[in-house]
Ligand binder design. Structure first.
Ligand code: DUC
Ligand code: ZN
Ligand code: ZN
Length: 478
């Protein structure tokens, strides 16, 4: 691939990408792409000169990824700290071919949602290198939040919010879930549900801890599939009762998938998301039968990774349309850090290990490797990682596709490049990756955000921190 500074432009194009084999969620064609003022303004043959030219021969040219579920610089309880802020997190995202992220502005119990949003803006301002929107986390749906704050925030471009059925500091009662769903129905917003049964988890956890079973591997045993299945079914039932769509996030395997398929088959608008950890990790990575010592903490996330049969079910459900969204759920906690997985400086009982795995940079290559292995089509890859997330979260057609009028968020993807994933080559601020040593074929080589080259031939160009813009989300298109 050769790039060049071209001759003076005769049509006021800032950039032309030549010989682009464009792949969107629905189409595949070869053309030149003309960019002006950060937008795609022309798709055609032999476009005139521009100030800058990029030759995309040999590459696939894809819409920039939209990572619709990641956690960056989210305030945490109990002395826990996320390793990635908006600068390091978005740097890693763009190096992995993602050009839009949607992390979470989280309300604390007893706190104001509006203030959580203002605080989160301050964290992103001057730091993000790519564009971002916010989801909300509703942890305390008081009458003031339900009747005043949420409706205003939806109007202001925060059209999706997550609710939790587990975690003491976040979980809602069934009654509270119904109230939040009803606000979403009336104001045409989308509720994302973390579906695990809190009481089952606390009962199992107490038993395991009392028996002295404290190592990371017991995390998985405290949150078996049935716990996720029950909560998934309950959330679906609430959505049916209130008559509103929902999206079940980070689905880990077969049993929850069965519930979602069942609901979809009955005509309910139940959307679902899964993540790389459910394709590539299992309970063995938390040390289930081996002796991983405390290293298993690196793969502690919720719902937990399961087994190869469940991985297979997740691959299948990606191909057969059960899932609409493939996100990273990037939760950047250092391993060797008193504010991370070794909370307070030491190994912790499993129930005190911060939950989550990093993956914002590896999300796209890990799924793309499935395209190479015939697990899903290239169009499905684009649909799950860019097009549908943009549509569902109200960012389409500005994001999620390559079309005239869209932002020039574009990835030149080398489908043949083999990469062995190593934390030393990644751009996040986390001290490990759970995917260390996995070899994938296919890697994003050159990535543009609003027409600006941010990564060129694999090299991060150090754009100005803060160039990323806040995106007001529109109404979800489901
Ligand atoms: N589970 C969550 O619910 N969020 C962050 C990461 C995780 O494992
Ligand atoms: Zn969650
Ligand atoms: Zn999450």
């Amino acid at each position: 691939m050769k790039d060049k500074q071209a001759m003076p432009s005769d049509n006021n194009l800032d950039l032309v990408i030549r010989n682009a084999e464009v792949v969107t969620a629905s189409d595949r064609f070869i053309c030149d792409i003309g960019v002006r003022d950060g937008k795609i303004v022309a798709l055609g043959q032999s476009l005139g000169n521009a100030k800058e030219e990029i030759d995309a021969s040999g590459m696939l040219v894809l819409p920039g990824g939209v990572d619709a579920h990641c956690h960056l610089d989210q305030p945490m309880p109990d002395g826990i700290r996320m390793a990635d802020d908006f600068f390091t997190g978005t740097r890693a995202a763009v190096c992995g071919g993602t050009t839009t992220v949607i992390p979470f502005a989280a309300q604390e119990k007893g706190g104001s949602l509006k203030e959580a949003v203002m605080d989160y803006h301050r964290r992103a301002d001057g730091r993000a290198v790519i564009d971002y929107a916010f989801h909300l986390i509703v942890a305390d749906p008081t009458p003031a939040v339900l009747n005043e704050e949420l409706p205003v925030l939806i109007q202001e471009g925060f059209t999706s919010f997550k609710v939790y059925m587990t975690y003491d500091d976040l979980k809602l009662s069934d009654r509270e879930m119904l109230e939040v769903l009803d606000v979403a129905r009336r104001h045409k917003a989308l509720v994302m549900v973390h579906a695990e049964n809190a009481d089952c988890i606390s009962w199992l956890t107490e038993k395991l801890i009392n028996e002295g079973n404290i190592e990371p591997r017991f995390h998985g045993l405290s949150r078996p599939s049935v716990v996720e299945r029950e909560a998934t079914h309950r959330a679906i039932s609430f959505a049916e009762l209130v008559d509103v769509p929902i999206l079940i996030v980070h689905v880990s395997g077969k049993e929850a998938i069965e519930q979602i398929r069942w609901a979809q088959g009955r005509g309910l608008k139940i959307l679902a998301e899964t993540c790389p950890q459910y394709l590539y990790l299992t309970a063995e990575d938390m040390g289930l039968h081996g002796d991983h010592g405390y290293e298993g903490a690196k793969c502690v996330c919720s719902p937990p990774p399961r087994d190869p049969e469940n991985q297979k079910a997740v691959w299948h459900a990606l191909a057969n349309g059960v899932f609409s969204v493939f996100s990273s759920d990037h939760a950047p906690f250092n391993y060797d850090d008193p504010k991370g997985k070794k909370l307070g400086g030491e190994a912790q009982p499993f129930n005190h290990i911060p939950n989550g795995v990093p993956g914002i940079e590896t999300r796209l290559p890990l799924l793309f490797d499935g395209v190479r292995r015939g697990k899903l089509s290239l169009h499905q890859f684009v649909e799950l990682t860019a097009y549908k997330p943009a549509k569902i979260y109200g960012l389409y057609p500005r994001k999620g596709t390559i079309a005239v009028g869209a932002d020039a968020d574009i990835v030149l993807w080398d489908p043949n490049r083999k990469v062995r994933i190593a934390n030393s080559s990644l751009h996040h601020a986390v001290d490990y990756t759970p995917y260390e040593g996995i070899e994938v074929t296919g890697w994003p080589m050159t990535t543009l955000s609003r027409g600006e080259v941010i990564v060129r031939n694999g090299e991060y160009l150090e754009p100005t921190a803060g160039r990323g813009r806040f995106l007001k989300a529109g109404q979800p298109e489901l």
